[in-house]
Design a protein around this ligand. Sequence first.
Ligand SMILES: Cc1cc2nc3c(=O)[nH]c(=O)nc-3n(C[C@H](O)[C@H](O)[C@H](O)COP(=O)(O)OP(=O)(O)OC[C@H]3O[C@@H](n4cnc5c(N)ncnc54)[C@H](O)[C@@H]3O)c2cc1C
Length: 425
Amino acid sequence: MMAEPRAARRQARRDVDVLVVGGGVVGAATAVLLATQTATRGLSVGLVEPRLPSLPAANEDWDLRVFALSRASQRLLEACGVWPQVLQRAHAYQGMRVWDSVDSVDGPRALTFTAGELGEPELGHLAEVATLQAALHAAAVRAGVRMFGAGVESFTADADSAVVTLADGTVLRTGLVVAAEGADSPLRLAAGIAATVHDYHQRGVVAFLRTERSHEDIAWQRFLPEGPLALLPVASGRVSIVWTLPTDHALRVLAMDDAMFAQAVTAASDGVLGELRLDSVRASFPLRRITAATYAGTRLALVGDAAHAVHPLAGQGANLGLLDAAALVQTVAAAVQRGEDIGDPGPLGRYARWRRAEAAPLTVGMHALQQAFTSPQAWLGALRRQGLGVVAGNRWLRRQFMTRAMGLGGEAPRLCLGQSLLPEN
Ligand SMILES: Cc1cc2nc3c(=O)[nH]c(=O)nc-3n(C[C@H](O)[C@H](O)[C@H](O)COP(=O)(O)OP(=O)(O)OC[C@H]3O[C@@H](n4cnc5c(N)ncnc54)[C@H](O)[C@@H]3O)c2cc1C
């Protein structure tokens, strides 16, 4: 009998019910969903992001950061109301072709995935991150999310509430903090949540190149001993590359002149799309695997790279993060429906167990794949080629891979399956 007035009192002292920290794609999507879904619309939501994104002008060249978005991510972005805007700077891809550098792209061990095999119109979309992020921020503002433009300085939490202090001195009391500030998550550290970190000592080199031959709307990926090279179709005759290389090698190719760089990418791709020509500046990102010991703490939920940063070889990092966002919002909605405090250990534990069980096989699998493809050990090389051959020749296995890559396997959140957030009563 005493619980209700106490709960009401502590709620009254809060500045917002939920504070999302980090307005990357995952954090911004979480805030938009919480503020717009019928089941959670009653909650007040804040979003902390020190680097406000702006929408690129229509005539501006694409930002170098491009994500391969799965069907599950598409559905989530549809639920956020931003998909039509995202589509304006996105390109659908119909298939994937993956092969080992010791084999030929047309050999029996080359893996081919096609949307047609699954009866889908496409396997996914390559989308510009700048547009995606700006569209989500605009949607958050429209939905009445309170925006804070200074980074987080400190975080404390107890059974009653969490308190976040920003760099500009703002102090915010809330019932639930969502840590979405990326792989180095200061909130994860402040909460004392341990994380295993594996530095690959590699960088992902990104750029746009023009192709001599049509890319056929296929995502091409060649596994070389130094790391994979992905050629992702972003427009007619243009690909976005993600070339994984050991750090010193990456710095060398970044220092090459444009023509030499294009020649090096052409050689690394085995000329699969003919001669390539550089069509943008270049950039590179350090690659690490980070896994948080748990995805929840006291009044804290981790989403996206704050919970798990993965190797980009399968283009799954942001997709995994968007699945977290959908799962967290679904868990919060169910808690609201039951009259629970959304920051209590019950709902947070349910979210953490759910997403950790779903993400762990994928993060471990991607790490194993990365190790198998770059290991100098001959037996691993033979095993890897045999493995590719087995998957290439087995329709059922290929379907399993594709379903997972589309974010539709396992216990997918309802929004990602195109369903309402909660089952209808
Ligand atoms: C080369 C490369 C290619 C990739 N390609 C793909 C792909 O094709 N598909 C895919 O799904 N994934 C891909 N990824 C992975 C993807 O980039 C990440 O998984 C994704 O960006 C994670 O999103 P996030 O919102 O969790 O974190 P982030 O994108 O890191 O966003 C974190 C946000 O938090 C903010 N922030 C940081 N510190 C603070 C603070 N103290 N207070 C408040 N805010 C803060 C930052 O400004 C930032 O906006 C790729 C990664 C790399 C390196």
